[in-house]
Ligand binder design. Structure first.
Ligand code: SF4
Length: 419
């Protein structure tokens, strides 16, 4: 059985609603409920004095208050399978090319983002290490165990990149530096480059500089929401969360300055209520600054404040994926594209034959993220099934096959001509 299969798969995107996009007025998060005092701030976990023992698989129910970064990190199920720490297989891929790590603490992330399974409000029902993050479980593992395995043969590692995801926590910066240093002390960053997925809310310019000095290669900001209004609704005041669009943007500009062109970028989730024009305008702005966008298809994470909302309809997602790829890698510009009065793409601004070739090539529909060792427009960060079930793939973690391209063409409403 695949470890990546989700426990509950929501109804097919778009089919349930009949819509071909997720409009702003529909995508309203729930209001977070009050957390009982005895569950606040990881109290429940900290009340136990059980030492951590090796790998912690979510739902093992061994509450371990000392299982925290920098000694422990969480890692994606795909990375755990690739390392051989967990058993299992992934549909369509032998391994993941990115070792995604996540800082971990008994009190968890102190932010409350509406779409996130790790959000603070969830402490009312689940301990931090048992919450899932972007659809899949993230087991907790001693950092030294991970490094020991990779350091055996870093040059020939299946991983083309390592990424440290920060969360919102008072120790997040110091522990990111510690994890990064542990890694670069033993693994040459030229053999496996490192990306930082930052938490700007608690960061300064000096912190950004320090990640660079310690050997990080790319610095990204998880903007997630495509407009300031949507950001505030899903990550800021709207859900009693501390984040501010302006701070995220400021730290991204510091990263641009420190890391340089093509070495910084932003994560954006598509389908949380922005229009296609709005998100592609942001993509263009990032390219004009010299950076990249990494896209995620909105998925209603069970237990999150948006779990009652529809996943992004596949036609909306494909249009944005394709247009974003053209802007990021094929020198197309948003001004050349055409949009209808609901902001949906109606024309990609390039010749039909060229567009057909790019669609059939398939790279546009692969997971987007920091590059690996194959080519610039193929992401190491393939995040298998992080934004969709294998039965209805949003971001392809492998190169789409002919049958996949036929499906994509139907979703894009482009005549199916693939041989
Ligand atoms: S800051 Fe990141 S980890 Fe924390 S709730 Fe928001 S999206 Fe989730």
């Amino acid at each position: 059985m695949s470890c990546i299969e989700h426990k509950t798969t929501p109804s097919a995107p778009g089919k349930a609603t009949g819509r071909d996009h997720n409009p702003f007025d529909v995508m309203e998060p729930r209001t977070p409920l009050k957390t009982p005092v005895d569950r606040k701030n990881g109290k429940h976990v900290k009340a136990n004095d059980i030492p951590p023992q090796g790998v912690y698989l979510p739902n093992d129910n061994i509450l371990a208050p000392h299982m925290k970064s920098p000694e422990y990190v969480q890692l994606s199920t795909a990375a755990a399978i690739t390392l051989g720490i967990m058993g299992g297989r992934m549909y369509g891929c032998e391994c993941t090319r990115c070792l995604n790590l996540l800082l971990t603490y008994p009190e968890g992330c102190r932010a409350n983002c509406a779409y996130c399974g790790l959000a603070r409000h969830r402490e009312a029902e689940r301990d931090y290490a048992d919450r899932n993050f972007i659809r899949v479980d993230w087991p907790a593992v001693p950092m030294t165990d991970i490094i020991d395995i990779v350091a055996r043969d870093a040059e020939n590692s299946p991983f083309h990149r390592m990424c440290i995801s920060m969360i919102t926590h008072s120790r997040s910066e110091e522990d990111t530096f510690a994890v990064l240093k542990q890694w670069t002390d033993r693994i040459d960053p030229d053999a496996i480059p490192v990306s930082i997925l930052s938490n700007p809310t608690t960061m300064t310019r000096d912190d950004v500089q320090r990640t660079k000095d310690l050997g990080a290669d790319i610095f990204t900001v998880a903007l997630d929401a495509a407009t300031p209004e949507l950001f505030d609704r899903t990550r800021g005041k709207g859900v009693q969360s501390p984040h501010k669009w302006s701070k995220y943007w400021d730290i991204m500009l510091e990263a641009r300055d420190i890391f340089g062109p093509q070495k910084f970028g932003a994560h954006i989730i598509v389908g949380m209520g922005e229009t296609e024009y709005e998100v592609l305008n942001l993509v263009q702005e990032l390219v004009d600054l010299g950076g990249h966008s990494h896209m995620f298809c909105f998925f209603p994470e069970q237990g999150s404040l948006m779990d009652h909302l529809p996943a992004t309809p596949r036609d909306q997602w494909r249009r944005v994926q394709l247009a974003r790829y053209l802007i990021d890698y094929r020198d197309a510009r948003v001004e050349q594209m055409r949009f209808d009065d609901l902001g949906r793409v109606t024309d990609y601004g390039i010749a039909d034959a060229e567009l057909a070739d790019i669609v059939d090539e398939g790279i546009a529909f692969r997971t987007s993220g920091c590059p690996g060792k194959f080519q610039d427009d193929i992401s190491a960060c393939d995040r298998p099934y992080g934004d969709s079930p294998p039965s209805d793939i949003a971001s392809y973690p492998f190169h789409p096959k002919k049958k996949d391209i036929k499906r994509i063409r139907k979703q894009l409403d482009i005549p199916v001509t693939v041989e």
